[in-house]
Design a protein around this ligand. Structure first.
Ligand code: ZN
Ligand code: ZN
Length: 224
């Protein structure tokens, strides 16, 4: 599995350091791509990313510095084009070039490890937000509590009749641990589309499946 970075230590920590503050809006009035997006979107004009308002704070004190987060979209509003197909691999390359370019800009903060010494970009681990508990968390496997991974294994995806990661824009979360143990074969995508060849669960199904989690499995899982 590819290495990932967690944004969680920047959002919450036991220490006294600076923290990333991502303010939540009145979620009902903030519809984005057909669902209520709880954060303040400053720019949604780009196909691959959005810009979200954030800031720096110390523990629960007020935000003292504003900043903006460049965030990958959950879903890309891009129509398939057979001549110049956009794929996850091309998007990863664009992120790498973007990070490399911004890393020379003193006004831009790049999270350590985001750009490795070998010049490779490291992606962030998928982050969910519980509106009720107002907490971020990495989505756990409903069966074993291990954090779900983005599946980039084309062979595995093809064996499940799912579009490969490298030649499509489809992205699926899955549990590599349960998969190896042959106990959970579920693949979750952000949202189903009419051109899906086979049925897979989506984010709403995953949230429903979280009810299967036994309390002990994941200490960072916030929902009761
Ligand atoms: Zn699992
Ligand atoms: Zn919750």
């Amino acid at each position: 599995m590819d290495e990932t970075i967690s944004l969680l230590p920047f959002i919450e920590s036991g220490g006294e350091g600076f923290l990333l503050d991502i303010p939540v809006l009145d979620s009902d009035r903030n519809l984005f791509q057909g669902y209520s997006y709880p954060f303040q979107i400053v720019d949604k004009g780009q196909h691959l990313s959005i810009i979200v308002k954030a800031g720096l704070k110390i523990n629960d004190a007020d935000r003292f510095k504003s900043l903006f987060l460049l965030v990958q979209r959950d879903d890309y509003p891009i129509l398939p084009d057979d001549l110049t197909p956009f794929t996850n691999v091309s998007i990863d390359r664009i992120w790498l070039e973007t990070i490399q370019s911004y890393s020379k800009d003193k006004n831009v903060f790049i999270v350590p490890k985001q750009l490795s010494r070998e010049g490779k970009a490291t992606a962030f681990r998928s982050l969910f937000y519980c509106k009720k508990q107002q907490k971020f968390f990495h989505p756990p496997c409903p069966e074993c509590g291990t954090e779900l991974d983005l599946c980039q294994d084309d062979t595995l995806l093809i064996s499940k009749s799912l579009p490969p990661f490298s030649t499509s824009l489809k992205r699926y979360l899955f549990c590599s641990r349960c998969h190896a143990a042959k106990t959970n074969y579920e693949f979750y995508q952000f949202s189903r589309s009419a051109d899906d060849l086979i049925f897979t669960k989506d984010r709403f199904d995953l949230i429903k499946d979280f009810s299967k989690l036994r309390s002990a499995v994941s200490s960072s899982f916030p929902c009761p």
